[in-house]
Design a protein around this ligand. Structure first.
Ligand SMILES: *[C@@H]1O[C@H](CO)[C@@H](O)[C@H](O)[C@H]1NC(C)=O
Length: 246
């Protein structure tokens, strides 16, 4: 008897369907203006998730914490081994969406976002060479992207559980297109101020080159963070409670 009760309870905890928070705007699947509805509803939801949604396990988005990003030295003009830890991303919740294309039949969502200012603040360790100059340091990194356009492509698949269909995101692709990137690293060259100032100035003069070398790793790490956050909702709230059926 108790075994049964326990089993039922566990099933509820694991499989119980959750709801979107009341204050989120819902969009209807059959709405001819579904994309316009989502274009407004998603950034609005982001702003309401600044502190996260504890009941769904959604972490705070302002700032969004990322545990680590490691970038191998690679080859080419920028050969720098870089480790970032305790990363904080600020500014995501100020994003607006410029386009939205929902293809729910194929479980596919595509959207472009515009973020006025996204700050990436982290503890860093790096060592390597940029063009002909050696670079090394260990301190705090501030990589700020201005007027950042992010192209999001969410590829989902239906997962049926207890008669409910959930839209699991199996792949989340992102592309970053910042208008401008500002870089600042404290404590370069063991704190040598003159060398550090010169290198920070040099990095900013060549920020496009530097960023292009980092871009792939950032995109990969952040897409997996975005995927996890999305699935906190999509794996728990049935699809027809996110995109209403009628
Ligand atoms: C990071 O750099 C940007 C651009 O220079 C600046 O506005 C911002 O205040 C810096 N953030 C921190 C935490 O130092």
């Amino acid at each position: 008897m108790w075994r049964k009760v326990l089993l039922v309870m566990c099933a509820c905890v694991v499989f119980g369907e959750d709801m979107l928070p009341e204050e989120f705007t819902r969009c209807r699947q059959k709405d001819a203006k579904l994309n316009d509805c989502l274009k407004g509803a998603v950034p609005d939801a982001l702003r309401k998730m600044k502190k996260g949604i504890p009941s769904l396990g959604v972490p705070a988005l302002e700032p969004l914490l990322v545990s680590s990003i490691d970038i191998g030295a690679g080859a080419g003009p920028v050969v720098i081994m870089q480790n970032y830890r305790r990363i904080k991303l600020h500014g995501l919740t100020d994003s607006v969406l410029t386009t939205y294309k929902a293809d729910l039949k194929h479980y596919r969502l595509r959207t472009d976002s515009h973020t006025p200012k996204m700050e990436f603040i982290a503890d860093y360790v790096m060592k390597g060479r940029i063009l002909v100059l050696p670079i090394q340091g260990k301190g705090i990194a501030n990589i700020t992207m201005l007027n950042l356009v992010v192209k999001h492509d969410l590829i989902g698949e239906p997962v049926v559980r207890d008669g409910q269909t959930y839209m699991h995101i199996k792949e989340y692709r992102v592309k970053f297109v910042p208008q401008r990137v500002l870089l600042y690293f404290t404590n370069l060259f063991n704190g040598d101020k003159r060398l550090g100032d010169q290198m920070n100035a040099f990095l900013n003069e060549n920020s496009e080159l530097v960023f292009n070398e980092l871009k792939d790793s950032y995109e990969k790490s952040l897409s997996s963070v975005f995927q996890d956050v999305s699935n906190k909702i999509f794996d728990k709230v049935p699809m027809n409670k996110i995109f209403l059926e009628d």
